[in-house]
Design a protein around this ligand. Structure first.
Ligand SMILES: [Zn+2]
Length: 394
């Protein structure tokens, strides 16, 4: 039995006035999902444990079967694992965004967590240029993807782990004064960031990137081997480093798909063929799509609906028609990214489990409401995979 997880990042949403009280998932045209729902098991799952930030790092770690309480040190270390960056136990790795702020000072506001969606090509130039200009002894920038990069601090003092600057997507159009005070608690960090902002203010490569924003720091990530833990041989497919990092740290195959962008224009076809190919030799594929989350952060209803419709047509349909062996499919999101909030919330996420060789008594549609009404609640994200494995074997 093959097991496939299709993760639509940030899919969950709230009813919207402009959609006549429907959520984007309800409003989107999803003939393939609609075809599965009547025969599927629906429910909700608390992917984010209490006290954890409602991020994709925490939720996807849990969905791969790892308890965040035990394994999560921060988002930065997960993305570093994706790059195969070897770090020492005493090192601290920060996730570091290129952002747009109105000014890097107490009167400043966070204008864009993605610096006008800088391309990877421009970002690589900018990060190299910045490292050259800064020549810092303690902090080193490492290129990641688009606006997402890493800041590595070897042999960091322990107190640095206690600093909790906001993720930039959580403070859109809000003052950055409080976060700057947090950075100031470790003066070398604040000095580094101030100097970087001064340089970036007049950078010749991408003027919209006018500050660095480190957050989500932690010591290097170490996960128990996935195959030993679950008995499944598997692979992950995603555009974003944090999923690749979780995959690598778990000993899963990380399949690189050319043209996978993390946006709605991603290479759907490439992702599907990678999944189908992987399933020839493996039992488990974790296919992650970032599109709905990005649309949620942008507050763009149309883009979110489009991302959901693309998923239905370009991911789900070909998998259903081309996968010949018996399979169990789980469709869900890691967390909600409501259009109205433009950031993540930690409420239980809707899921759908479909088995090619068994008909559940399902619902006419898969959405936040029907999943909730199904009265099946999995209280921990790291129990979900086990639950699906039980269903697959049932
Ligand atoms: Zn997000």
């Amino acid at each position: 039995m093959k097991i496939i997880f299709l993760i639509e990042d940030g899919l969950g949403d709230w009813p919207l006035e402009e959609l006549n009280g429907k959520t984007p998932l309800e409003a989107a045209r999803t003939p393939n999902l609609d075809r599965l729902a009547p025969y599927s098991l629906l429910g909700t799952c608390q992917t984010i444990p209490k006290g954890f930030p409602s991020g994709s790092d925490v939720a996807n770690m849990a969905l791969l079967g790892y308890a965040p309480e035990k394994y999560h040190t921060g988002r930065g270390p997960i993305e570093a694992a994706a790059k195969g960056i070897l770090a020492q136990a005493n090192d601290v790795i920060w996730r570091c965004n290129l952002v747009s702020v109105s000014e890097f000072g107490p009167k400043g506001k966070m204008l864009d967590y993605a610096a006008g969606h800088i391309s990877s090509e421009q970002a690589l130039k900018l990060i190299n240029w910045l490292n050259q200009q800064l020549q810092d002894k303690e902090f080193k920038l490492t290129f990641g993807l688009q606006y997402r990069h890493l800041l590595i601090q070897p042999n960091a003092p322990h107190k640095i782990l206690g600093l909790t600057p906001n993720p930039p997507h959580d403070i859109l159009n809000q003052s950055i004064a409080k976060d700057l005070q947090i950075y100031q608690k470790y003066p070398p960090l604040f000095q580094f960031l101030t100097k970087a902002a001064q340089l970036l203010a007049n950078n010749p490569i991408w003027p919209k990137a006018n500050a660095l924003w480190p957050w989500g720091q932690g010591t290097p990530l170490q996960l128990e081997n996935f195959t030993q833990k679950t008995g499944l041989k598997g692979a992950v497919i995603s555009a974003v480093d944090l999923i690749k990092g979780l995959g690598k740290a778990a000993g899963l195959e990380v399949i690189e798909v050319p043209g996978a962008t993390g946006l709605t224009n991603t290479n759907y076809k490439g992702k599907v063929s990678a999944a189908l190919k992987a399933l020839k030799s493996k039992d488990f594929v974790f296919l992650h799509l970032e599109g709905p989350d990005e649309a949620g952060h942008c507050g763009d209803v149309k883009a979110k609906i489009k991302a959901i419709e693309f998923f239905d047509k370009l991911i789900l349909a070909p998998i259903l028609s081309q996968l010949k062996e018996p399979f169990t499919l789980a469709i869900l999101c890691d967390h909600f990214t409501p259009i109205r909030l433009r950031t993540h919330v930690a409420e239980p996420v809707p899921f759908l489990i479909y088995r090619s060789n068994y008909k559940y008594k399902g619902f006419p549609q898969f959405c936040e409401k029907t999943a909730q009404n199904a009265n099946l609640f999995i209280p921990r994200g790291d129990e979900f995979l086990n639950f699906v494995q039980e269903q697959a074997g049932a």
